[in-house]
Write a protein that binds this ligand. Structure first.
Ligand SMILES: *[C@@H]1O[C@H](CO)[C@@H](O)[C@H](O)[C@H]1NC(C)=O
Ligand SMILES: *[C@@H]1O[C@H](CO)[C@@H](O)[C@H](O)[C@H]1NC(C)=O
Ligand SMILES: *[C@@H]1O[C@H](CO)[C@@H](O)[C@H](O)[C@H]1NC(C)=O
Length: 491
């Protein structure tokens, strides 16, 4: 889900400003004119297979659970827990459907999930498998005018990338959209001669990496049809002895720390330190993965490379006025393709100053985390939701929250159903939900509440909800993990 684009943008900006600069102005001031914008990110996916939408949904939940655990400093769910989540969902499907969708995909998935994890392996194992039943001819499906957008479903099934228009503001990069608003990608130039690398922009991590020339997949195979960096392709490449590793909610990479030239929106860092992957898990290696690496835009306090983020480095080098970034997130369904990441400033063309709010940083550890003062449905406050913290994470595909909160939110969505694990809602819901942040309501577009139709041929039936419960052990302390385009924010 996503907030009203403008409000969301505002929020993103406000959060960035506060978190990085530590100020709390309600309106941009001259001092903030050099503020950075933070990027949005989202999903990573893996293999093509033949999965029922419910299982695709569970994959995203599993990914979110791990991410939630990582982001909130909890023990990650075990492979067994994730497998059992998936099994529960599978068992809940009617037999006929299980059979119809079980062209090897599910068994393969379960097999994959059952495999023991290796050292640098993904803790989410297999949950990245992420695809839709392919023998439905979506392009020619008769659809009602309302319900889940056939345009978006087609993009989801094709896993298409929506290319951003040229940015309108200086120090800005267009944000290409991965599939159905799953992630946001910007193109950086790296090495000598400079070559393009498309990086997923992730507000929930603080490291930048690309694959190395010798990159190997977990299975020893190649790292796919991507752009790689190394001494053969860059004369300024300088690899150190230092190793580095990072594990995301989905996928993991390990490699060396290197320095090389990196150019972002025309601004060049001549000797920037970042990671080059020697090994990647299957979330990153398939040819179909549309990005060559990840650019983290949380604060370097959480950097696994223990080095500055590119935003901090640009600021330190005097290339941008403030160590911040702002994002304009574009929704695939709007077909505007005007997503932008602006460095060092807020792009005045992308928000209305009167709707800007700034809120204090509540993250103890470098995430983009804000206090949420409540959630409203059709303008009415939902009870008992008045003090939550939300990490604004472009790397999440879902809005995750503790079970009780998720139930309360769905109590406000007419027709919402719970199957004991996950919620589904009418695809054509028009319910107006809003998060209260900094004294202002940030609306969530009703289209963004529907993650994927339960039956891909019935776009006006039931859809899996984008708001999902976390079922990790232990207490959550009211944390929410808000998908990047949900609150349009940096996390
Ligand atoms: C590579 O980096 C090392 C360590 O930072 C440095 O000492 C060395 O001079 C660099 N080499 C080149 C060719 O720049
Ligand atoms: C937020 O504040 C905490 C505690 O003061 C600090 O450690 C953390 O780095 C800050 N986070 C950000 C994103 O500024
Ligand atoms: C949603 O679809 C259902 C079933 O087709 C229909 O009864 C209902 O009126 C629709 N709701 C809206 C808001 O269009």
């Amino acid at each position: 889900m996503r907030m009203n684009a403008r409000l969301g943008q505002m929020l993103a900006l406000a959060v960035v400003v506060v978190a990085l600069v530590g100020v709390a102005h309600a309106i941009p001031t001259a001092r903030l004119s050099g503020v950075i914008s933070v990027p949005l990110t989202s999903v990573r996916r893996a293999d093509d297979s033949d999965l029922h939408p419910e299982l695709v949904h569970q994959q995203h939940i599993n990914r979110g659970l791990t991410r939630y655990a990582v982001l909130s400093g909890r023990a990650e769910p075990s492979t067994l827990e994730l497998l059992s989540n998936m099994n529960d969902r599978l068992q809940a499907l009617p037999h006929s459907i299980r059979k119809r969708f079980n062209h090897g995909g599910i068994e393969e998935l379960i097999r994959h999930l059952s495999q023991p994890l290796h050292g640098e392996g993904s803790s989410v194992a297999g949950s990245e498998k992420h695809s839709f039943h392919s023998d439905t001819n979506l392009a020619h499906t008769d659809t009602e005018p309302k319900g889940f957008s056939p345009f978006v479903l087609d993009i989801a099934v094709k896993k298409a990338v929506t290319i951003a228009k040229r940015p309108t503001h200086k120090h800005s990069l267009g944000l290409d959209i991965q599939a159905n608003d799953l992630g946001y990608m910007a193109t950086f130039q790296i090495g000598t001669p400079p070559r393009d690398f498309r990086l997923l922009v992730d507000s929930g991590s603080g490291d930048l990496w690309v694959g190395g020339e010798n990159c190997k997949g977990k299975d020893g195979g190649s790292c796919g049809k991507h752009n790689f960096l190394g001494p053969k392709s860059s004369s300024t490449y300088n690899q150190s002895e230092w190793m580095w590793a990072i594990r995301y909610g989905s996928g993991a990479v390990v490699g060396h720390l290197v320095t090389d030239h990196v150019t972002i929106a025309g601004l060049t860092l001549e000797s920037f330190t970042f990671g080059v992957a020697a090994k990647e898990t299957t979330q990153f290696t398939p040819d179909r993965i549309p990005f060559d690496g990840i650019a983290g835009t949380a604060r370097s306090i959480i950097s696994r490379q223990r080095s500055q983020t590119f935003i901090e480095a640009l600021h330190k080098a005097g290339k941008i006025a403030e160590p911040i970034a702002s994002y304009k997130i574009s929704r695939v369904d709007d077909q505007k393709n005007d997503g932008e990441l602006t460095l060092g400033a807020m792009n005045p063309a992308k928000y209305k100053p009167e709707t800007l709010v700034s809120v204090p940083n509540v993250s103890k550890i470098g995430f983009w985390e804000v206090a949420v003062d409540g959630i409203t449905v059709e303008g009415q406050d939902l009870k008992g939701m008045d003090s939550r913290n939300a990490i604004l994470d472009t790397g999440s595909t879902l809005f995750l929250a503790p079970k009780e909160d998720v139930a309360t939110i769905h109590s406000g969505i007419p027709g919402a159903r719970y199957n004991g694990k996950a919620w589904s809602i009418p695809c054509n819901t028009t319910t107006a939900l809003a998060l209260k942040i900094g004294g202002r309501e940030f609306s969530i577009d009703a289209r963004d509440l529907s993650f994927v139709p339960m039956d891909l041929r019935n776009l006006n039936g039931y859809c899996m909800s984008s708001i999902c419960e976390v079922n990790l052990k232990g207490k959550y302390g009211g944390h929410w993990l808000v998908r990047g385009n949900c609150a349009s924010s940096p996390s």
